[in-house]
Design a protein around this ligand. Structure first.
Ligand code: SF4
Length: 419
């Protein structure tokens, strides 16, 4: 059976330095497929997409709302050609009612232990329009090592430097933050993978730099401690979402290779100042993720917030505009208050105003978004700040003997040889 797995393209965040990380969801899904499946993977953000081929079935992996319009186009195209299409992934699950019009079948939930049934139905000519396994989460032990062999690695480079490889050590999240759909999708459960499997998978990755994509590492003190202790001998360097705010764990995390964290910065409080300081005191960098447009903010507040970010010396900042994704607490609130302005998912890229802000006009929020990016990076441009972060990891790698210069992309090698 030939499956063509497609990860539709989307428009990237305006103002952010452009690069492509290898996608993780599709290669984790691919690992759950039975061995008789012959799979071709296309990440449309970096690979050309041939729409004239004839696989047995097309599978659309749709993580982001901004991928939805393109997923619909691809689904419509293959269905016109009578090639069956199935869609899965976070946004296919959140928008299943809309996908009905554009695909033959929608898969909701996690694929391990469930996808065999779908393929069996397909082989018997009775593919169902909906497979909803949201209430039947698979045993976490069934999660296999991601099929990174399907990735076109030479396309995940930035200025000759190989991008991070993605891996996950757990699923789910015990928190319930206002802009997030994770609790809706997986309940508020934290589900760690068996540590031995995580270590084995990380060891097998031919890249010293990783992104541990778990929702937040600060889920369980003992688990975090065991994870970090297990990672120390591997000498990998990694990026992650928040780590527990605890000196002992932060120290262990650094020894385990913590390079920098994505940390939400939502106000100018001493709590945030100290949180960032503690990371930095332990040698861990901080990329702040800052949502603009919440109800407690007005224009002056956001200007003060940007000054504060410079003052606490964040390594890098990523500004986004509050975006009410489906099945999030913030969407429920804004819907109730009649403040959703657009359901055009192509605009749900986190750099467009799609709701009515409370203390600003739409245009003022859009303008202050540009102001935040431009002011934060005025004295040292984003690419240089990113370069500073890279230098930190390179120094650490040289010190512990793990530094490897990145392989050059093939095109670059070919071009230099011709000269
Ligand atoms: S934002 Fe992160 S920590 Fe908060 S609920 Fe979502 S996944 Fe959990």
């Amino acid at each position: 059976m030939r499956i063509k797995l497609i990860y539709p393209r989307w428009r990237k965040l305006e103002r952010q330095t452009h690069f492509n990380l290898p996608p993780h969801g599709p290669v984790v899904f691919a690992a759950s497929l039975p061995s008789y499946v012959d799979i071709e993977f296309i990440d449309e953000n970096v690979d050309p997409l041939d729409l004239d081929d004839s696989p047995d079935i097309v599978a659309l992996s749709v993580m982001l709302a901004a991928q939805i319009p393109r997923a619909f186009e691809i689904g419509d195209h293959y269905r016109r050609r009578r090639i069956p299409v199935i869609a899965g992934g976070i946004s296919a699950s959140l928008h299943s009612e809309e996908f009905v019009q554009h695909v033959d079948s929608i898969f909701i939930g996690e694929s391990e232990g469930h996808i065999e049934k779908v393929l069996e139905d397909f082989r018997n000519g009775r593919l169902a329009p909906l497979y909803d396994y949201s209430g039947d989460l698979p045993n976490i032990e069934w999660v296999g090592p991601a099929r990174r062999d399907l990735l076109n690695n030479e396309h995940y480079m930035y200025r000759g430097i190989k991008m991070l490889d993605l891996v996950h050590a757990s699923r789910g999240c015990r928190f319930k933050c206002f802009p997030c759909c994770t609790p809706f999708l997986g309940g508020q459960f934290f589900r760690p993978r068996p540590l031995s499997k995580v270590v084995e998978e990380i060891k097998s990755i031919d890249n010293n730099r990783l992104f541990i994509v778990d929702n937040s590492l600060a889920q369980n003190y003992q688990w975090e401690e065991e994870l970090f202790k297990a990672l120390i001998p591997l000498k990998k360097k990694w990026v992650s979402h928040p780590i527990e705010d605890d000196d002992r764990l932060l120290d262990l995390a650094y020894q385990a290779g913590a390079w920098y964290v994505y940390q939400a910065v939502f106000d100018t409080s001493e709590v945030i100042r100290n949180r960032v300081k503690r990371y930095k005191d332990h040698g861990i960098g901080v990329e702040g993720t800052i949502i603009l447009g919440t109800d407690n903010q007005d224009i002056d507040y956001i200007k003060r917030l940007v000054d504060f970010l410079l003052e606490i010396d964040l390594d890098v900042a990523e500004f986004t505009i509050l975006t009410p994704f489906m099945h999030t607490p913030i969407r429920a609130k804004l819907e109730k208050e009649g403040r959703i302005l657009s359901n055009n998912w192509a605009d749900y890229t986190c750099d467009k105003v799609v709701f009515q802000p409370k203390n600003m006009t739409n245009t003022q929020l859009q303008d202050i978004y540009y102001y935040a990016w431009d002011t934060f990076y005025k004295n040292r441009p984003q690419e240089l700040k990113m370069g500073d972060l890279f230098m930190k990891v390179i120094h650490r790698e040289i010190a512990d003997g793990t530094y490897k210069s990145s392989p050059k992309p093939k095109d670059y090698v070919r071009h230099t040889r011709q000269r």
